[in-house]
Each structure stands twice: as C-alpha cells, then as structure tokens.
Design a protein. Structure first.
Length: 766
C-alpha cells in the first residue's frame, strides 16, 4: 500500500477512533440499550475485579455513566440457584475490549469497535488492491463498511463489530497471501515470517473465524469460501489445517470461559434471565433456598426437576423472573427448521424490508453482487462464500422466523450485519471505476441519516428507526410479520380491525385515531374479515381543510369549510377490493386480511392531550384529521335494537342534584350480539323527561356492558343516575345506545323502560 493511501487510512482512523473518546459521561448516550449492560459490566469487571461475577459493585458502576434511566435488560446467569451470579452473555468481546474499557470505560468499548471496523476497511482495501488501483480499492472498501448499518453498531457496546472483523480477517487471510515485503530484513520481520506464512495461513484464517463463531456458531458458515479455497489449493491438508484453526480458537475461547465461570459458554448448562435495574445499590436477584425435604422429594419425583424455590421476602419482579427455571438460549439450534408460508415473505423483507433490508442498509452489497457476476463468476471459492452467506441468512430465517432480524433493538438486520464482509470478497475487478460513486450515492440515499445520527435522531417520538421516516423508505415494504418488535409504532383495535402506524404521526385516543396533517400518513390495517364497504367518521380541527382518505384501491377526497360541529365532521364509506387473505403467524390462528391505509390532511392544528401514565403532563399533537372506524356498512345496518327489560330497580323519589345507583337486568332480544367495546359499542344510558314525555336532559353518562352480550343473553349492570337540579315530577327513561350509530329508542320506539320519579328539593340543613 503506497504512502498516500496509508496516510489517508491513518487519518481517517485517527479521526473516527478519537471522536468516541471525547464523549462526556454521564451524557451521550443517556442510557443503555439491548444487551449492552452485560457486555459493558463484563469489561469493567474483568479490569477492576478480575472476574465475570455480577456483584453489588458491578451494579453500582451503571450509575457512574448511565444514571438517568433504569437499565431494562441486564442478562445474568447462574448454575446454583442464583447464589453465584455471572453475566449471561459470551465474554469474548468484553475480554478483548477490556484494556480500552479500563482506560476510557464505555467510550473505550466504542473506540474498540471503531478500530475493528477501520481494521476491516484496511484489510478490505489490501485485498481489493490485488486486483485494482490502491486508491480505488480504499475508496470501495471504505464505502462498503462505513456506508452500511455496520457503522451504526460501532456505537453499540455489542460484539457485532468483533464478529464482523473476525469474518473479514478470515476471508482476507484466505483470499490474500502474506505481503511479499513481510519477509524483508530484520529480526521482527523474520519472526513474523516464521509465524505468518503460506503454510500457517489456513490455520490463522480459521482461528480468526472463531472470533465470530464463538459468539454465534452459525457464522462458521461465512468461512465456507475459505475452506473451499484451501481445499482446492492445498488438498485435504489445507482444509484440515483451516478447520484446526477454527477448533483451536473455539477451544481456547471456551477454556477461558470455563476458567471464569465453569461453563464453556453463557448459553450452555446455565439458567439465564434478564433483569431491570432500577436501584444501583443492590443485585436484582435473590438466591433461591431449598424447599422442605418432603416437598422437595415430591417435586423431584413428579417432574425430575430441581426442587429449589424462590427465597421468601423478595418482592421484586426480577427475583420472580429468576424462579422460572433453567433457561438455555440455544435450545432452538437443536430443533428442526420451520419452513412454511412465512419463509418466502421473510426472505423478501430480509432483502428489501424498510427496517431490515440488506440491499438498503448495505448498498454496496448490490454492487458487489454485480461485479462478482461480471468478473468473478467462474470462481468456485467465491460461489462457496456466497453459499455460506445464504446459509447464515437462512439459519435465522428458518430456525428463528419470529426473531430473524435481531430482536427489538436493531438498525437493519442485527444478526446478519456481521456477515457483510463476505460480499466484499466476492469482488475482484472494480470496473468501471465510477461504480464506486454509485455506491456512495446509494449510501447517501439510505444510510446517511444513520451515519450522522449514530445515537438516534432528535425527532418527535425518537427511535433508532427514525431514519425510515425519510422519503426513500416509504417505497419499500414494511415487515408486518415482525409487528410489535419494531420500535416506534403503536396500534389500536377498532370495530374488529387493528390499525397500526408510526408513533410520531399516528395517535390512538380512546376510539379515535388522530392523524398528523401536512403530509400523507401510512396506516396498516388487519382484519379477520374482509372490510366490505367500511365506514369512517372523519373530523377536522381546522378549516378550510382537505383530507384524502385511501384504503387499498379506494379513495375519497373530503373538503371541510368549518371547524365547528356539524360542519367539521362527516361519515364516508369506501369500497376497497378484497385482498388475498394473509396466513397467520401461528397455524392455529385464522387467516386475516391486510390493507394499506393513507390519510393525507392538507392542514393541521395543535391539539393537547394527557397520557394516562403521566396525567399531570400535557402533550401536543399536530392533528390534521381525526378518523374513527365505525365498522362495515353491513355491520352498521344490523338490527340489534331490540331489548327486554327484565328488571330495573328505580326509586320513586330522588333528591334534586343527587346521584343514585340503579341496578338493572337486561336481555338482548335482537338476533345479533351487542359489542361491549369499540367505537360503536352498546352502552346503557338514561334520559330525563317531563311529565308529558318531552326531553329535559338527553345526553347523560353511560354504563358499559360487562362483556359482549350474545343474542338472547342477559346481563346485569349498575347505572349511576343524577337527578335534575329542579324539584318536580319527571319520567326517568332507561335506554340503550349504539355509540355513533343510534339510540335504541330511535330505531325501535317503545324499547325503553320509563318510570315516574318525584324529585324532591334538597334538605337545606345539608
């Protein structure tokens, strides 16, 4: 590598590696995410305590740099009923990062990640320089690694970048021979040549792969190309030498784990659990104590399992969680893969899903595949590399189809990001040279926001997935099968359908859906039945306003000239085509129907609200339209307005202004059930009429049904009735209402229960 190219790489490395060391703590980031707590504390425990046990002083270290919020998921493990507690993640990443963690704590782990990523850039450039100019090789390698979601994981105290480096080093040592200048003069050069030469290269290639395979065994498939290359070039001896490198590395790393914890891995032979840390001065779990001998014998005889029970006196949820029994996180490796209707759809999401798509979050991969097919398609070892990458991908897609993307915390596909280097080693010649510029353009289109906001964007309802709110991503499919595992979304059930949208533009409030104005808002709808002519109630908070409502292929344009009732509200019926049914995630569930909904309000107005969790805090939302799904036209047309009043305990006298509880028993005399929930639920209510039957007070408080009431069934309910303020002779009318549709008394006159009541003046003495 020439001096200018080396200087360029060194300058980039100095800038990117020094920057993380400058971040003030406590400060940025404000809290720990995913599994970071275990990796962070392991690194510090190794440096400061020389062990991997989780003790009180380890928990206290969380408060030194991350005191602002509770830590949600500290993974711990035990093999003796939580009397001895170890950190429950593979130790290797923390072990290697410990020196920098000892100097710089959390920032040291991030700097360690950055150095590993830059080392991967350098190895990639050295490999590509065998087939291309050095400048072009560095440009392509830097774009490949830095303009991908791998850069996002530099800022995670996680092993993804270590795994990525291990695979990069494995393939580099396989596809690129030792540099010719390595064996020049000097004692160190001769020693280096003795250790790293053509005979030892297969061993070190396999050993490097063990860095990744120890953390995630399926990553051994990423080295398939290296295995084939050594087998083709050196025969069985070369292949076995490579395998011995993997084995020696794995045994070495497992042996160190045994020395620290008594187990070769945090996933074997232990009980594991995740704990929320809210107090930084004590362990989140208490040891179990043995049950009485007789009880223990019965338990053991009946189940063959441990008779330990949780220690008494503990009142924390984590301690209870620890009592659920042994947990082995690798159980899923030893079961048959699940190949079903989800596989093909998940493969599509794996490639182009807006939150997980490989081609979106690593845009240079597309260029690598094209260059491979044009210039290197006759290379068996590169085909083997590609097959190994498919193996890594399909392992997650088939063995953990419910979690193939990397769990609730992720940017792109967290489980596959470590395997990305395999695509770089498919490339030989880079031609035409300007194709690298195409990769950088694609990087700006898709991963630029990730690059410049590594800790997340400062946006409303912040989330690590905030970049998908940018324009390019809306053209790609959303991973609906992952559902609630994708942060930044929320949903609401209304009239038998589930509506799901982004938190920053979609706010369910009771039966309503507040939708932000000023831009189209996507909402995804799932329904157990086809939505045949669905009916929506649309309300505006500002006027004039235009609201465009779409559901599937149906569209309505609504114009509002008033912001006050009744001109600010309308009902609209859509007529979308029926989509093909979607098979459910679980075989025992019924198929359902998916629709894409869009609400585009031209203008918006700020509207305040309070959340139940924080009633004293007022929040605001830029409401363009308030949409309420009432149900299908056929459902709303059902004649369910028939009722039989079995009993109504109405007092004959009441005190003016006083509230009285009235108990009643009601029978559903209609041929259809009464819904207890939803925008058009049935509720019990009352009216006050004068002696001639004219309404005095019509709209009153409701009493909810205790549950859905099938046709012909009865239910009992209690209704709180407030007497009129003025004394006199009144009629109390008990009525039912189908909210937002009609009163029973209007659809079926005579269906109410009327009782004369004398309202007496209140006692002045009171």
């Amino acid at each position: 590598m020439s001096r200018p190219v080396r200087l360029t790489l060194l300058s980039l490395a100095l800038f990117l590696a020094i920057f993380p060391l400058t971040l003030g703590k406590p400060g940025l980031p404000t809290t720990i995410k995913a599994d970071e707590a275990a990796y962070y504390l392991m690194a510090r425990s190794l440096v400061e305590d020389g062990d991997l046990r989780c003790e009180t002083q380890d928990i206290a270290r969380l408060a030194e740099e991350f005191p602002y919020q509770a830590v949600e998921n500290l993974i711990l493990m035990t093999d003796d009923g939580w009397r001895t507690v170890y950190f429950g993640k593979p130790y290797l990443y923390s072990f290697l990062a410990a020196p920098l963690a000892g100097l710089f704590k959390a920032n040291g782990l991030v700097a360690f990640n950055m150095l590993l990523l830059l080392a991967s850039v350098g190895l990639g450039a050295l490999y590509l320089a065998r087939h291309n100019g050095e400048g072009l090789a560095l440009l392509f390698s830097a774009g490949f690694f830095l303009l991908s979601n791998a850069f996002a994981y530099v800022w995670w105290m996680h092993p993804e970048i270590l795994n990525l480096f291990g695979i990069t080093a494995c393939l580099y040592l396989a596809f690129a021979p030792p540099p010719t200048g390595f064996v020049g003069g000097g004692r160190w050069a001769r020693l280096g040549a003795l250790v790293w030469n053509e005979r030892t290269r297969p061993f070190f290639s396999g050993f490097a792969l063990a860095l990744a395979a120890y953390n995630k065994p399926p990553f051994v498939l990423a080295g398939l190309g290296a295995f084939v290359l050594f087998f083709r070039s050196r025969g069985l001896r070369g292949a076995l030498t490579w395998c011995s490198g993997v084995a020696v590395g794995g045994l070495l790393f497992a042996g160190i784990a045994v020395a620290f914890t008594g187990h070769p891995s945090a996933y074997l032979g232990v009980e594991r659990a995740g704990f929320k840390i809210e107090e930084f001065d004590k362990l989140p779990v208490e040891p179990r104590i043995a049950a009485a001998p007789d009880a223990a014998a019965e338990t053991t005889a009946a189940s063959g399992e441990s008779a330990d029970v949780a220690a008494g006196g503990g009142d924390s949820a984590p301690a209870a969680a620890a009592d659920e029994g042994p947990k082995n996180s690798w159980w899923w490796i030893f079961r048959p893969p699940e190949i079903d209707h989800r596989t093909l759809g998940n493969l599509g999401f794996f490639l182009v899903g807006r939150h997980t798509g490989l081609l979106l979050y690593a845009p240079f991969v597309t260029l690598c595949l094209l260059l491979f097919l044009v210039f290197a398609r006759r290379s068996p070892e590169r085909w083997a590399t590609l097959a190994g990458l498919f193996g890594v991908a399909f392992f997650s897609l088939l063995w953990i189809p419910f979690n193939w993307h990397g769990g609730g915390g992720f940017v792109g596909n967290r489980y596959f990001v470590s395997a990305l280097p395999g695509f770089l080693f498919l490339v030989t010649r880079i031609a035409p040279p300007w194709i690298a510029a195409v990769g950088y353009a694609l990087g700006g289109l898709f991963v630029g926001p990730i690059l410049f906001t590594p800790f997340g964007a400062p946006v409303p309802q912040p989330t690590l997935q905030a970049h998908v709110r940018n324009a390019p991503f809306r053209f790609f499919p959303i991973e609906y099968r992952l559902g609630r595992q994708i942060p930044g979304y929320r949903g609401q059930v209304a009239s038998g359908a589930y509506f799901w949208g982004r938190r920053d533009v979609f706010l369910p409030r009771r039966d309503e859906m507040w939708v932000q104005g000023g831009k189209p808002v996507e909402i995804w709808v799932s329904s157990g039945e086809p939505m045949i002519r669905p009916v929506f109630r649309v309300e505006t908070e500002t006027a004039p306003n235009e609201v465009v409502l779409r559901l599937g292929d149906a569209k309505k344009v609504l114009r509002f000239d008033s912001r006050t009732p009744p001109g600010n509200t309308t009902e609209v019926t859509l007529d979308p085509s029926v989509p093909a049914p979607t098979l459910p995630e679980r075989r025992e569930d019924r198929p359902y129907y998916r629709y894409k909904m869009s609400v585009a309000a031209e203008r918006f107005a700020a509207k305040s609200y309070r959340q139940a969790a924080t009633p004293d805090e007022e929040s605001g939302f830029l409401v363009g339209a308030i949409v309420t799904y009432l149900g299908t036209e056929g459902d709303l047309a059902r004649d369910l307005f028939h009722v039989e009043w079995v009993r109504g305990d109405v007092p004959r006298t009441m005190t003016a202004g006083a509230a009285v509880e009235i108990r009643g028993e009601v029978r559903n005399a209609s041929p259809f059930g009464w819904p207890a929930k939803g925008p058009t639920r049935v509720a019990l209510a009352y009216h006050w009429l004068d002696a001639d039957g004219a309404p005095i007070v019509w709209e009153t408080d409701r009493a909810s049904l205790p549950a859905n009431v099938p046709a012909g069934s009865t239910f009992e309910a209690t209704l709180e009735v407030e007497a009129p303020a003025e004394p006199g002779r009144y009629l109390l009318e008990l009525d039912l209402v189908r909210e937002r549709v009609a009163w029973f008394s209007h659809r079926n006159p005579g269906s109410t229960l009327r009782v004369p009541v004398d309202v007496l003046a209140a006692d002045p003495a009171r």
